[in-house]
Design a binder for this molecule. Structure first.
Ligand code: GDP
Length: 362
């Protein structure tokens, strides 16, 4: 199965990368996410951006409205179909996205407050990222708080920097230098992203403001560029489903549902699936593939939108029979016509052993 999935990959079709946001409390993780959502809405019609289970999906058409401001010089070919940003920032969601030792997060944004530098939870986040070998960029947030800073809404960083007074530029440079020195103390090379000539060995810093939107075009462009250029293989699309169960939840009117992260492939309504269960593997049929209602609608419980088909990467709520004993942190398989169901059942149950094994050794 894994071999087949590999064989059918092609560099011509990529899936959307999954991006997580980490950092010390109050550095602006939530505000940045909010701003990225609104930035895109501000660029034109609101359409396209969809809320997922625990994530927000930005289709490339929406990312373009921001990144084109920078890409006029870079002329990067856009190959990813979009970006799935996990929107419950924090250690916990990052850890939840680690199932079976593999990390669902393709790239992370570590948010650092430019006025405070590295703080205790920044260091904890750094450890998590290193341990899971997750590539990341640093958003050096709150640049608008630099003395005398004149905001230029949603401007690429270098454009706004060129318009600042010399004492603001000077403070910006001093603070950036001291953050770079602090990263060095942690054994990490860091550089402003536009001065970084070795993305493999040096972490990129992107100065941003979640209040003015400055630097957000740069951040989105960098994520696009890095995922396309540095992890092309990891994010190649394959029709073979890779999917993890994140949560098992009872929902009024729907019964027990599972929240999943579809990392690769495509799931259809009516697909037969195999899920790891406490008392043995569960074989069931996808009754509905659900995503949260469109943003402006009043949120009513169980008022989800149904999708006939969902393409990776995406967060989905799956409604099906017999999910009561499903186990979070395990993989979900879709049955193909020539599959031996017993093999698939054995495969999903192996995850249970590794989870239990994990508890025993923790
Ligand atoms: P989180 O704990 O990392 O999610 O941080 P929040 O997004 O809740 O932000 C913490 C506080 O910092 C809030 O009062 C925000 O309004 C403020 N804040 C966040 N980003 C910026 C920024 O770029 N500039 C300024 N001036 N304030 C910010």
């Amino acid at each position: 199965r894994k071999e087949k999935a590999k064989a059918e990959r092609s560099p011509d079709r990529l899936r959307s990368p999954i991006c997580c946001v980490l950092g010390h409390v109050d550095t602006g993780k939530t505000s940045l996410l909010d701003k990225i959502r609104r930035t895109n809405v501000q660029g034109g019609e609101a359409g396209g951006i969809t809320q997922q289970i625990g994530a927000t999906y930005f289709p490339m058409s929406r990312l373009r409205t921001q990144t084109d401001k920078i890409n006029k010089d870079l002329l990067l070919d856009y190959k990813i179909p979009g970006l799935l940003v996990v929107d419950t920032p924090g250690h916990e969601s990052f850890s939840n996205l680690r199932t079976r030792g593999s990390n669902l997060c393709d790239i992370a944004v570590l948010v650092v407050d430019i006025m405070h530098g590295l703080e205790p939870q920044t260091l904890e986040s750094l450890q998590l990222l290193r341990r899971s070998k997750t590539p990341f960029v640093v958003a050096l947030n709150k640049v608008d708080r630099i003395y005398g800073w004149e905001p230029h809404k949603f401007s690429p960083l270098r454009d706004t920097l060129a318009k600042q007074k010399s004492y603001s530029v000077s403070e910006f440079e001093t603070r950036t230098r001291s953050t770079i020195a602090a990263f060095q103390e942690q054994g990490l090379n860091a550089a402003l992203y536009y001065e970084n000539d070795d993305f493999k060995r040096t972490v990129s810093l992107v100065p941003t403001s979640a209040i003015t939107g400055e630097g957000i075009p740069d951040l989105l462009m960098l994520i696009t560029q890095l995922t396309q250029q540095m992890m092309g293989h990891r994010i190649m699309f394959t029709p073979w489903v890779q999917c993890s169960v994140l949560e098992v939840k009872a929902i009024d009117g729907l019964g027990t549902t599972i929240d999943v992260c579809l990392t690769n492939g495509e799931i259809h309504e009516g697909d037969e699936i195999v899920v790891c269960g406490m008392n043995g593997a569960i074989v069931t049929t996808v009754r509905a593939l659900l995503t949260p209602p469109p943003e402006r609608e009043i949120r009513v419980k169980a008022d989800y939108q149904r999708n006939k088909v969902v393409t990776a990467a995406m967060g989905i709520k799956i409604s099906a029979n017999d999910l009561e004993k499903a186990v979070a942190g395990t993989q979900l398989l879709v049955v193909h016509p020539d599959d031996e169901i017993e093999d698939l059942k054995a495969e999903v149950q192996r995850d249970l052993e590794s989870i239990m094994g994990g508890f025993a050794t923790d």
